[in-house]
Design a protein around this ligand. Structure first.
Ligand SMILES: C[S@@+](CC[C@H](N)C(=O)[O-])C[C@H]1O[C@@H](n2cnc3c(N)ncnc32)[C@H](O)[C@@H]1O
Length: 278
């Protein structure tokens, strides 16, 4: 047998091993390579300048628990803890990468604040997050979108580079030529409600909703009034309406335990009101 016939499969296998492997070196000396394969997306770290913008836009503080989905070398989780005081968790599928991120956490002296989980972002539970950061791909953002939209209203989500189609961002930030997108998870408030507390009897309220964009009407005694300037941010709602006596009423309140508790201001008078499901 020719020597080349014996050597070729051996060489091919070893080349494929290098090409497919995301590992260079033993776990203790492992160094990731930009662009290396990952389960659903390759590894490229978010640049520091953009991380700053993402975390300041999300107003990350020591009150937060941040999850970075697809944590890479842990840079976002570490920065959130070190500079902003958050508890943070990075979820990374590649075990070598996760171990590398743990080494970075230890080097930063952040082991009490940062945890790196070896796992799949589509399997792990991140429902305790108050802030979620992403640097994935458009179709992965869309796969996560229904999960994100079921999170506690007010949870902040920031994504490097990729948006979420018709869930418009609340803010867009940019660093050099890269954009990042910021959302606040909106409460689900669509449908019928009843507002009690205001003089003249209950108002029937119908809310329409598309993500954080809301509108609606208020009906009392056969008269239907349009909702003006309606805004929803997390679980906080504001809107105005004008009654037939031309008085402008401004409601602001928060959804707590399935009901809105708030105030209507009319002619400088503050009236406490409640809006409940019928
Ligand atoms: C573009 S990098 C972003 C790293 C980091 N979040 C940052 O912004 O610097 C994406 C990371 O997600 C990891 N990844 C890919 N698919 C994953 C999955 N299903 N579950 C967890 N991690 C995943 C990759 O290994 C890679 O490290």
């Amino acid at each position: 047998m020719k020597l080349s016939r014996v050597l070729f499969p051996v060489l091919l296998a070893s080349w494929l091993n290098v090409a497919c492997s995301s590992t260079t070196g033993t776990p203790a000396t492992y160094e990731p390579v930009r662009g290396q394969a990952g389960k659903d997306v390759i590894w490229i770290p978010t640049p520091e300048g953009l991380i700053e913008k993402m975390l300041t836009t999300a107003k990350v503080s020591d009150q937060d628990k941040l999850f970075d989905l697809g944590a890479g070398d842990g840079i976002i989780a570490i920065t959130a803890a070190r500079k902003y005081g958050a508890q943070s968790v990075g979820i990374e599928f590649n075990p070598d990468m996760a171990q590398f991120a743990r080494r970075k956490v230890a080097e930063a002296g952040m082991t009490d604040k940062v945890k790196i989980i070896t796992g799949d972002i589509f399997q792990e539970d991140f429902s305790s997050a108050t802030v979620v950061t992403l640097y994935l791909m458009p179709h992965l953002n869309m796969k996560l979108r229904p999960i994100l939209l079921k999170m506690k209203p007010g949870t902040r989500v920031v994504s490097n580079s990729f948006s979420m189609e018709d869930w418009e961002p609340d803010e867009i930030m940019s660093h050099q030529s890269t954009q990042a997108y910021f959302w606040v998870v909106p409460a689900q408030i669509e449908g019928p409600w009843v507002m009690n507390g205001l003089e003249g009897g209950p108002f029937r309220v119908i809310m329409s909703q598309s993500f954080q964009n809301i509108g609606g009407t208020l009906t009392r005694g056969g008269q239907t009034l349009p909702m003006m300037g309606a805004k929803l941010r997390g679980d906080e709602v504001k809107f105005q309406f004008t009654t037939s006596d031309r008085k402008v009423h401004a409601f602001s309140g928060r959804l707590e335990g399935g009901r809105f508790k708030g105030t209507v201001v009319s002619d400088f008078r503050h009236t406490p009101v409640e809006i409940t499901r019928p």
